[in-house]
Ligand binder design. Structure first.
Ligand code: PLP
Length: 426
């Protein structure tokens, strides 16, 4: 998108303002934001319903000011972290030895996994030029990790079904490989990679295998309980050494919380940073943060306790019904197709390549935006991404009607704006 010219810098007021006045202005600032509470966004915000909001807001109010930097001062946060991590380890079939930490989100969990793999390679195998192997669908956060922590990254293509091409990945593994990555599911098309094959590649090289279940961690365990066919992806797969799972996505907790799990405490050690050589005292750091808000941790604890496994199974049932309805509806619209096998909650909409005059999918996104529906543009190939969740319950028919209308409106038109929008700067 073309960025509008920035307005002149607004001076910071000399005098303070009344609480009501301040809050009223914040309210006005939000007027142009996406209307997630109406279910008209696919991703970004995940709405578990009124009682989930209630319990999260009450926990957030209790923990708004608390700091998990020092769990000796706030033992409640130590216990919150260890309980949430333990419940997640159970959901992901972690062995008794599994251990992990809470982080601020999927990206931080992934960065921790990359750092842990680098340290394990250095300490156990003497690797000074660490390398990692991912695929084209692997989340951008792994590239960020390679960039930050100085790893060379090799990127394999994907197969026709959008899963990682494991044969191509095998070609890229060498004696410097410290990390091999699979996703369950990957973000762009929502398919699960061949995790057993990826894990055995990593194990044969003595490297870590990280499964990125940022999206799937709080869906797949419940989909399995619902009797859905879920390809093996969690700690039951031998060779998987770490998994990331975001509670602030389909775990329905407010933003700022994810779990990074390692198969053993020994593997977890490579993630942490311990330091005792400055004037301020012993510094033990579980993740990338220093001062660390207790709010998201406590809110996640509260949401998980409120929902229980039964609550998550019910939300997942609704989510998958919503996703199935969206996929069926899209595939009935002339000119549109979905990409991938479409088993779970991610749906990528693309123009039907067999069309004599394929639709401009980004022009379609613009048209949907005019009706108040927000979808991320992604590619290649040009497609619109939707993360379906319980948030979209009750609006799907309206959405599909609008989608059909927009397809008719944009047929034969195109937009010059080819930019994609997963994340933006300012
Ligand atoms: C969302 C996501 C991430 C990144 O998580 P953030 O919480 O946005 O930092 C990584 N991998 C996958 C598959 C994701 O869906």
């Amino acid at each position: 998108m073309t960025s509008a010219r920035k307005p002149a810098r607004r001076p910071f007021g000399q005098a303070g303002r009344e609480v009501d006045d301040v809050i009223a202005e914040l309210g006005r600032k939000r007027e142009d934001d996406v209307r997630w509470a109406d279910g008209r966004t696919f991703g970004l915000v995940y709405d578990g319903g009124p009682t989930v909001h209630d319990v999260a807001e009450k926990a957030a109010a209790l923990y708004l000011h608390e700091n998990a930097l020092n769990t000796h001062a706030f033992p409640s946060l130590g216990s919150i972290q260890s309980e949430v991590v333990g419940w997640t380890a159970d959901l992901l079939n972690g062995p008794e030895t599994a251990s992990g930490f809470l982080t601020s989100g999927g990206t931080e969990s992934i960065l921790c996994a990359v750092k842990a793999a680098r340290e394990r390679g250095r300490i156990e195998r003497g690797i000074t030029s660490p390398e990692m192997v991912v695929s084209a669908s692997t989340h951008a956060a792994f590239h960020k990790g390679a960039h930050l922590f100085g790893l060379t990254l090799h990127k394999a293509p994907v197969n026709d079904d959008w899963t990682a091409d494991v044969n191509a990945m095998a070609e890229m593994v060498n004696e410097n490989t410290v990390l091999v990555v699979g996703s369950a599911p990957q973000y762009p098309q929502g398919v699960i990679d061949d995790i057993p094959a990826i894990a055995s590649l990593a194990a044969a090289a003595g490297a870590n295998c990280h499964v990125d279940a940022c999206m799937g961690g709080f869906v797949l365990p419940f989909a399995e309980r619902l009797g859905r066919d879920v390809a093996p992806w969690d700690f039951r797969v031998e060779g998987v050494t770490s998994i990331s799972a975001d509670i602030h996505k389909l775990g329905y907790a407010p933003k700022g919380v994810s779990v990074i799990l390692h198969r053993t405490k020994e593997l977890r050690k490579f993630q942490t940073f311990l330091f005792d050589d400055w004037l301020g005292g012993f510094y033990a750091s579980p993740n990338l943060q220093g001062t660390r808000s207790g709010l998201p941790m406590a809110a996640a604890w509260a949401v998980m306790q409120h929902l229980g496994i039964e609550g998550y199974v019910a939300l997942t049932k609704q989510t998958l019904a919503n996703a199935d309805q969206v996929r069926a509806g899209i595939n009935e619209i002339d000119g549109l197709v979905t990409l991938g096998d479409g088993a779970f909650h991610l749906v990528a909409i693309s123009a039907d390549p067999n069309d004599s005059d394929p639709l401009d999918i980004f022009a379609l996104a613009d048209a949907l935006g005019r009706y108040g529906w927000y979808l991320d543009r992604q590619g290649p190939p040009d497609s619109l991404h939707s993360t379906i969740s319980n948030s979209n319950t009750g609006v799907i028919e309206d959405y599909l009607d609008t989608l059909g209308r927009c397809v008719k409106e944009v047929r034969g038109t195109s937009t010059d704006d080819r930019s994609t929008t997963y994340a933006t700067l300012d």
